[in-house]
Design a protein around this ligand. Structure first.
Ligand code: ADP
Ligand code: MG
Length: 374
């Protein structure tokens, strides 16, 4: 656990970069510091490994005051990843990854073997070991940076905008892989970004900072989205936050059974089974689409189906259920099981009721759904 206790940093010249910061980064979890440029994120991070000394306040790791520790041994227990990887350009990739173990007196063979293992772990092919940083893409260099920070197996990792310099697609990949890696490793991570989406994707908890180095709010991603503490946080997390919050809530909207018809069924049957002018057509249990009663001829014909309507998977995010209901011509969202089989339908009103209920704190879980991204 990393603890900030009333930590302030004033730079010579008078800038207050961090102002009375108190927060806790729990062991084995990712705590994200997020906020606009210049709000003191990097300064906060670098005070943890004492690359910057606080003006006042206290930072402790597992209840030991870092000020009482020898900076070199403090840093040995802390992996540090920065933008652009911070790799040594004239060293091979394996040498870069092995840097810290070699400094700590590990023999070259052991250090390189560990480096190769870590490269594989972060998703890089073995043959990259002998290349130089300039021969790798930005995303690959970031992976090497992560591997290097992990080399001495430190319990604590500090990561300063590690994925910010790569394009959005690669970035999303790196985030996914990093989450998977962390679920194996369980490091105590303080992660800095200016990107609220990244914060929400990666953070077990998210600390929003405002310029002047003040903490605006610290909360779980779903809590932050659903209940921003003030206008600054609300603006920062985005105006569509209510909609985004839906993706964190796993659905348990009551399903209504939907009587369907099959292609070739008599038109009469379709009219009987319709509700509010619409009947669902399914084949072999798989929904095909909606049929308007006034288009039904002698037989149910797939050529008459109305287009539109997304499907929602049972147990998936409520956002998908709401999408399905809102996009359905009948106003009923089709919910399917894992095999795509029709289970029933939901109405937008019912989905919204569940969402509002969960915001009021009643009944429905509002913890982040693992593996679901906004
Ligand atoms: P962030 O990482 O959130 O962009 P920083 O921690 O780098 O913010 O900077 C916070 C504030 O402190 C900024 O106003 C910045 O200009 C100032 N600052 C950062 N480093 C120094 C320094 N070495 N000397 C003086 N001011 C600094
Ligand atoms: Mg910074």
């Amino acid at each position: 656990m990393i603890r900030f206790d009333a930590v302030t940093k004033r730079y010579p010249g008078g800038t207050t970069a961090v102002d009375d910061l108190t927060l806790e980064a729990p062991t084995g979890q990712i705590t994200v510091l997020v906020g606009p440029s210049g709000c003191g994120k990097t300064t906060s991070l670098r005070m943890v490994n004492r690359m910057i000394e606080p003006t006042s306040g206290r930072i402790s790791i597992d209840d030991t005051d870092t000020a009482s520790m020898d900076p070199a041994s403090l840093r040995r227990g802390i992996g540090y990843v920065i933008q652009h990887g911070g790799l040594f350009p004239h060293h091979t990739i394996e040498r870069n990854v092995a840097t810290v173990p070699l400094l700590l007196g590990s023999d070259k063979k052991t250090a390189y073997a560990r480096a190769h293992e870590l490269l594989e772990r972060v998703g890089l092919p073995r043959e990259f070991a002998q290349r130089y940083p300039a021969q790798l893409s930005g995303g690959q260099q970031q992976r090497v940076g992560v591997a290097r920070a992990l080399a001495a197996d430190p319990p604590v990792m500090l990561m300063d905008e590690p994925f910010s310099a790569v394009d959005p697609v690669v970035r999303a990949q790196l985030q996914e892989e990093f989450k998977r890696l962390q679920s194996d490793l369980g490091k105590t991570i303080l992660f800095v970004t200016h990107d609220i989406d990244e914060a929400i994707t990666l953070g077990d908890q998210v600390a929003v900072m405002r310029v002047g180095g003040r903490l605006a709010q610290i909360a779980s991603p779903s809590e932050l989205l659903a209940h921003p503490a003030d206008d600054f946080v609300a603006d920062f997390v985005g105006r569509d936050r209510g909609y985004r919050a839906l993706s964190f809530v796993d659905g348990s909207v009551p399903l209504v059974p939907e009587a369907s018809v099959r292609p070739g069924d008599p038109g009469e049957v379709a009219r009987e089974r319709s509700v509010d002018g619409w009947v669902l057509v399914a084949d072999g249990g798989q929904p095909l689409g909606w049929l308007a009663v006034d288009r039904v001829g002698a037989q149910v014909d797939v050529a008459d189906l109305a287009l539109g309507g997304t499907l929602a998977r049972q147990g998936g995010p409520l956002r998908a259920a709401l999408d399905a209901a809102l996009s359905s011509p009948s106003g009923r969202g089709v919910v399917v099981g894992d095999q795509g089989e029709l289970l029933g339908t939901v109405r937008a009103r019912d989905v919204i009721d569940v969402i509002e209920g969960s915001r009021g704190g009643s009944g429905v879980q509002d913890t982040p759904a693992p593996g679901v991204s906004p």
